[in-house]
Design a protein around this ligand. Structure first.
Ligand code: SAM
Length: 269
């Protein structure tokens, strides 16, 4: 039988028995030492790990000496693979669900599986841990009492501006995931749609070249205009100030004009 063990700083540790069900396990977003003890115990004791990309998760499991079999479970095979996963849960297995990094289901696969497992009456357990959105929020220096997690904005500028315009009146700090390739143009679009708010670009959090760059959206857009950054990025944008939240008429005019740069009058409105 496979050892239900993991290694911590070179020492083998026996994991306790795991309850049957689906265990939704957060993994580090860069720094492997951000793993939790419960994450390691669960990965070691599970019958199988459902992984977005087994090659990526193997870096974590090998690092900690976990020998549990990995099964690919990602957005392209989720529908096909779900009935098999449900059958294994019904048979009393213990399955761990992980994504490449961070918390599964947060801009990552697994939502359909958790819904189906819940509908089938399976036990579902959360193992909280790293999430880039929260890590960025706490270093941004912006209000944390209310925030809206938007995930990735649309890739095309017109659709991105339109979506950002919809968020302009939301009285909360806004949190976006973005690719380094689109960062500069996204900052320009956010500036056009939201006004020149304070913001933070949090990059490579928990990794060697971790950085949090703060400023207004136009300052940040200028600083990235000619130098595409490397790595993974979260953009955090301050809420509108009290005057903005009331959506003054001149703001509306400016936002309408900005949106009409790329959209028809009807879509911009
Ligand atoms: N589920 C993950 C989580 O809990 O954070 C997010 C998955 S999403 C596919 C990947 C995006 O998260 C990246 O494109 C980037 O926007 C953000 N991200 C992930 N790791 C990051 C890091 N170390 N620093 C900054 N942003 C990160």
């Amino acid at each position: 039988m496979r050892a239900r063990a993991y290694h911590l700083d070179g020492r083998p540790i026996e994991a306790p028995e795991l309850a049957p069900g689906l265990h939704v396990v957060a993994t580090p977003i860069g720094n492997l030492r951000d793993v939790t003890i419960r994450c390691l115990e669960t990965l070691a004791a599970a019958d199988a790990i459902l992984a977005e990309d087994p090659r990526v998760t193997r870096q974590l499991t090998s690092h900690y000496g976990v020998a549990t079999p990995l099964i690919a479970f990602h957005s392209h095979n989720a529908e096909r693979a779900t009935p098999g996963v449900l059958a294994r849960l019904a048979a009393g297995e213990r399955l761990a669900l992980v994504s490449d990094a961070g918390t599964p289901l947060i801009s990552d696969p697994g939502g359909g599986l958790v819904a189906a497992a819940a509908a089938a009456g399976a036990a579902i357990y959360a193992l909280p841990g790293a999430c880039a959105a929260l890590a960025a929020l706490v270093v941004a220096g912006l209000p944390t009492d209310r925030f809206l997690f938007e995930g990735f904005l649309p890739q095309k500028s017109a659709a991105r501006r339109a979506r950002a315009c919809e968020l302009a009146g939301v009285p909360a700090t806004l949190v976006f995931y973005e690719s380094p390739r689109r960062l500069a143009e996204t900052l320009v679009d956010l500036r056009a749609a939201l006004g020149d708010r304070q913001a933070c670009v949090a990059r490579e959090l928990t990794k060697k070249f971790e950085e949090a760059r703060r400023g207004t959206l136009s300052e940040l857009a200028a600083s990235y205009a000619d130098a595409e950054p490397r790595g993974e990025i979260v953009v955090v944008v301050a809420p509108p100030d009290a005057g903005d939240a009331a959506l003054r008429v001149d703001d509306l005019d400016a936002r309408l004009r900005a949106a009409m740069a790329d959209l028809s009058l009807k879509d911009a409105a």
